[in-house]
Design a protein around this ligand. Structure first.
Ligand code: SAM
Length: 218
């Protein structure tokens, strides 16, 4: 199996992406739960969506909070184009680039991520979670709904498999490739605490997916 670069992988699949998530994988209940996790104090709060893709997670949120101010970050221009077409009347700031490299503002009420971060290892995630921590207001919340695995052994398996593929394909260290390396919900909680979040909750856990919320203050 040849690994594809992350942006190219999603550019190639942007046309069929929503149907895959909502019809093949039937993830409507997941996205409804994400909408319920966002409980802002005001109606026109600010939300940073990292790995926003086509913005499926924003559909329920815009229906509930039409005044919400959104910044979306994604590597794939094709996925962002679909998002733009979906919300033609909304003023959404869209930035095409990697959430590892781009600077974030520091006044968000909510930082959201759905099904994007399972491509990264614990060390990469810790760096990103520290960045998310700084991007939030003191009252803010980070919501991460993502693919997770159940045991440390599975976690290890995915990491080893990626290392094997990287070696086999002579892949470059500084290029982002598409390969799933989910961590356990437990490791996710440990990383969020290590990044500085004081209140971390596992809101919901399915067989392969978890939703976690992390707050700066108790
Ligand atoms: C499976 S899609 C999820 C999209 C959307 N959040 C959803 O729930 O449908 C993963 C998205 O993360 C984006 N992504 C992956 N790594 C990224 C990175 N380092 N920086 C920005 N976006 C990234 C991909 O381009 C892709 O659009």
């Amino acid at each position: 199996m040849a690994l594809e670069e992350m942006d190219a992988f999603f550019n190639r699949r942007a046309d069929i992406y929503d149907a895959h998530m909502l019809q093949d994988l039937e993830l409507d209940a997941f996205y409804r739960e994400i909408t319920d996790c966002v409980q802002p104090t005001g109606k026109d709060f600010s939300l940073l969506d990292i790995g926003c893709g086509t913005g499926i997670e924003l559909e329920g949120l815009f229906a509930k909070y039409p005044g919400m101010r959104v910044t979306g970050v994604d590597l794939s221009a094709g996925m962002l184009q679909k998002l733009k077409e979906k919300f033609p009347k909304k003023e959404i700031e869209l930035i095409c680039g990697s959430y590892f490299d781009l600077p974030f503002a520091s006044d968000y009420d909510v930082v959201l991520s759905t099904y994007s971060l399972h491509h990264w290892n614990a060390s990469q995630k810790l760096t990103l979670y520290q960045k998310v921590f700084k991007a939030l207001k003191n009252s803010g919340v980070f919501i991460n709904g993502d693919y997770t695995c159940k045991t440390p052994e599975r976690e290890r398996y995915f990491q080893d498999e990626l290392a094997r593929l990287r070696k086999q394909e002579h892949l470059q260290d500084n290029v982002l490739y598409h390969y799933d390396i989910p961590l356990t919900a437990n490791t996710e909680q440990t990383l969020l605490h290590a990044a500085g979040f004081q209140k971390v909750c596992l809101v919901r856990e399915w067989e392969n997916t978890s939703i976690l919320t992390a707050r700066k203050c108790l």
